[in-house]
Design a protein around this ligand. Sequence first.
Ligand code: NAD
Length: 435
Amino acid sequence: MSGTRELLMLENFIDGKFLPCHSYIDSYDPSTGEVYCKVPNSGKEEIEAAVEAAREAFPSWSSCSPHERSQVLNRLADLLEQSLEDLAQAESKDQAGLISPWNLPLYLLTWKIAPAIAAGNTVIAKPSELTSVTAWMLCKLLNKAGVPPGVVNIVFGTGPKVGEALVSHPEVPLISFTGSQPTAERITQLSAPFCKKLSLELGGKNPAIIFEDANLDECIPATVRSSFTNQGEICLCTSRIFVQKSIYNEFLKRFVEATRKWKVSIPSDPSASMGALISKAHLEKVRSYIKKACAEGAKILCGEGVDRLSLPPRNQAGYFMLPTVITDIKDESCCMQEEIFGPVTCVVPFDSEEEVIRRANNVKYGLAATVWSGNVGRIHRVAQKLQSGLVWTNCWLIRELNLPFGGMKYSGIGREGAKDSHDFFTEIKTITVKY
Ligand code: NAD
C-alpha cells in the first residue's frame, strides 16, 4: 500500500444498515498487486440476519403496486447514472485510484437485482470477493433511492463460506448464479435437497467462424475486440477462431498486426485497450494454458513470451499480460476445449461448412458464436446448426435486451428473459445479424 491512501473497509448491507463484520479478507488492486480494501469475511451468521431482513420486508414490498416499485427503481437508476457520470469526470481528472477497468461486477449485479425486486421479490446478493467495491457503493444509493430496508441485502465474502451458507439456507427458494461451471455444479448439489429453482449463467468457449467471403476490414478489428475486450474476461469473448483455408494466412498476418496494436496499460491511461487481469491466481492460470499449448507444440505468434510488456515501476507487480495469439493447435488441446477467460485466442484453419460446424460444436460449452460471411444463406444455415445460445453474424456484442440471454449445454440453464418453461427457451436461439 502506498501509505498515502487509507484502506477502504467495506461493510455488509443488511436491513438497510451498514454492519461491520468480525473478520475481513484482503482485496487487491489488480494494477499494482497492492491491498487496497478489506472485504467482510461473512458466513452463516450474516446470512441468517439477511434472510430474516428479507423475510420481514417481503409482505409489504411484494404487495406494493408495480407502479410504486418502478418509482423506486427509477430513482435508483437516476442516482446510479449520476454517480457514474461523477466517476467519469473524476477519472478524466486522473483522480480515480480505486476503480479497476473491469466494470462487469456492477453490471451483472444490477442485472440480477433490478428484475427481481421489480417483480416484488426481496433479495440477498453475494458479489465476488474479488470485486466487491462497486456493490458496496451501490448499497449507499439503495438507501438514498428509498429502497425499503430488507428489500436488498448485500453480504460480502468468499464462495465456500458465505456463498454456500446462502445456497444451503432452506428459506432461500431461488438461486440466480453467474460464474464458472465447476461452482455451478457445487451449487446444484447443495440446492438439490431443497428443490430450489436455479438460473445458471456460466462460461463459454466461443467460436468465431470466418468464411473466405467475409469482409476482413470489418472482421479483423471486431475479432480483436471480441477476443481481448476486458482482457478476455467476458463470458462472451471469442477464444477459438476458425478461418477458411484460402484466407487463413492473410487473416493471421493482419490479425496479429492488429493484436499487437492493442495497448496494455494502467487504468489512468486513456489510450489503454486492456488493463490488468482480475487476480494473481487468475493470471497464473491463464499463463499455465499458454505453457501447456507450447508443450503440445503449438506456436505463439504474439503476446506472452514473444513480445515485451513495458509498465511503470509502480505497476510491475500488477496482473498484466499481453494479448496472445496461438496457432498450430489441435482441437483436442485444453486451450481449445476449456474456458481460459483471459486474453488468449487460438486461430485454426478449416475447409468446409460442415467441417467447421462440427468442430465449433465439439466443446462442452454453448454460449456465444460469431459467423463472418457475405453470403446470407450460409449465415442462416450455419447459425441454425451451431450449438450456441447466441450467434452474432458480421458483428459482436450487439445486444437486443428484449431477447432471452443464455447458453446451451454447460453454459447454463434458465435464460434471462425466460418466463415459465426452460424447455421452451432452450429451443430459441438469439441471432443478431448485421449485413
Ligand atoms: P466463480 O464460479 O469462481 O465465482 C462466481 C461467484 O460464485 C463468486 O461470487 C464466488 O465467490 C461464488 N462462489 C464460489 N464458490 C462458491 C460455492 N461453493 N458456493 C457458492 N458460491 C460460490 O466464477 P468467477 O471466476 O468469479 O467468474 C468467471 C466465470 O463466470 C467464468 O466462467 C465466466 O464465463 C462466467 N460468467 C458467465 C456469464 C454469463 O452470463 N454466462 C457472465 C459473466 C461471467
